[in-house]
Design a protein around this ligand. Sequence first.
Ligand code: GDP
Ligand code: IMO
Ligand code: MG
Length: 431
Amino acid sequence: MKTVAVVGIQWGDEGKGKIVDLLAHDADIVVRYQGGNNAAHTLVVGGDKFILRLIPSGALLREKVCVLGNGMVVDPVALLGEIDDLKRKGFALNPGRLKISYDAHLVMPYHRAIDRSREAHLGKRAIGTTGFGIGPAYEDKMSRLGLRFDDLVDLNTFTEKLRRNIRDKNAHLRAVLKAKTVPAEPIVAAMRTARRRLLPYLCDTGAFLDDAIRAGQSVLFEGAHGTMLDIDHGTYPYVTSSNCVASAVFAGSGIGPASLDAVLGISKAYTTRVGAGPFPSEMFGTLADSVREEGVEFGSATGRPRRIGWFDAAVARHSVRVNGLWGIAITKLDVLTGIDPLQICVGYDVRGKRYDAMPPGRHMLDRVKPVYEEMPGWRDDLTGARTMNDLPAAARRYLVRLAELTGVRLAMVGVGAARESTIVLANPFHS
Ligand code: GDP
Ligand code: IMO
Ligand code: MG
């Protein structure tokens, strides 16, 4: 297969970055198509840790082209910081290697200010956003007030639109949110500098990808966040402001549905979630604390402790359906070493009625009682395993059960944070 999408099938942080970095070896181009720097994708390569927020996780392979698709919302200053940081580490991204869509939207400081003050206003009902202005930037896109990279081309009209937006947003910040306004001049100056540096990277990325696919190149699409954070298919309103499901590849990169060969879903061997909202298989107490410590479950974007839960097969089945998954990769199996017994959430009970997938109406998620199945654990260190036969029998049985409950092929298993700590059973690019 030539075109593959990788999507998170839980609430984000499933280990997409690591799997994309691994699969990028077989791709010519790696594409982000939604979200912004609310994403944080961690790669551990040669003992060094890299966190990529906006730039696709193909960046560490020097011959790959990285694309920021039209569906993204991009903070230009954060992007330049990421480009500079990668350059310092020896991974320069010149315009031949990094292509930014003219149609991607710009995240501005007023978006961050609105995001943060709105969360403060919500108090106990806060979503727990990353505070990077993602929701307000997508709102502007949908209400047709947004600024795009395309607007940067003509500096005078860009500056005029920017000043108008700052004036309007400041009026909103002052009058409605009773929050501090953002000063116009530093934003205008920062954007003038950013513009000069970013113009050479602008590209008609949809046409670029179409040409590449027609020429037989391999393309990897890197999803951000996760299916349960999807604006339509997740736990609304406790979601992010973009579509994170596989169908977002098309609108967010400009290729047609027939151009995508396979979708690989990524899931942890357990579940985590950052921020507020329903989480049926959540666990608490010392067991949750020890998984958090062992799995280093602290948000890479914000440092917040992640909530911890058991693997939820109802969530997995929902994600298989809405993403049309070809297979799944189960990451962080090594983190479960020493936990015995293990629980798997196999469905939900709502007042005596059993649901094997999402109950109709997400409001029910607050009331579901998870139904658990118990499985024996193992004590062996898994980090050196490279084939299924290297795993203890109990770990193999656990994986087989997860795949059975999920209903799709098990393609990969993560047994450590490093690129090489992966068991590959099926590589979509080789199928
Ligand atoms: P992403 O947002 O989906 O790319 O995931 P994050 O990078 O935010 O979070 C996943 C975390 O788990 C990162 O710290 C990874 O280095 C780490 N990780 C990924 N796969 C594995 C694995 O199989 N085992 C262990 N122990 N860590 C992993
Ligand atoms: P990656 O790509 C985990 C969560 C936030 C919050 C909600 C809305 O690294 O998996 P936002 O700032 O997007 O408006 O916040 O979505 N969230 C993520 N959680 N991983 C992510 O990305 C996330 N991106 C957003 O914590 O609950
Ligand atoms: Mg992450």
